[in-house]
Design a binder for this molecule. Sequence first.
Ligand SMILES: [Zn+2]
Length: 117
Amino acid sequence: MSDFITRFYAGEFDHTVLYPKKDSFKDKCPNCGSSQCNNDKYAVAMVNWKQAEARKNERIKQAIFQDLGIENNPVKDIMFERAWSEGHSNGWVEVYRCLADLIGYTNSVIAAYLNSK
Ligand SMILES: [Zn+2]
């Protein structure tokens, strides 16, 4: 198993920001008695969670690039987009596998082309 997959399942990229459940913000604020106050708190909690998710996803993406040895490859983002569109509905490990396959395929196409010269 690849180092990335081991690290991913070990929870290395997880964050500790809990997803804010709307239900837990439905009562009036215990401090000021306002329901708008709780709406604002919910909005802030949701922004915090989305930012934590975005940071996690970026850490995962960079770890995948490093694991596959393409962190300095100028075409890594266009290859990632393809792997993402193929694999993301099945999660990050599938994105990783799609990208690994794509790199292997691209390398074989390049090698075949160079051999034909
Ligand atoms: Zn309040």
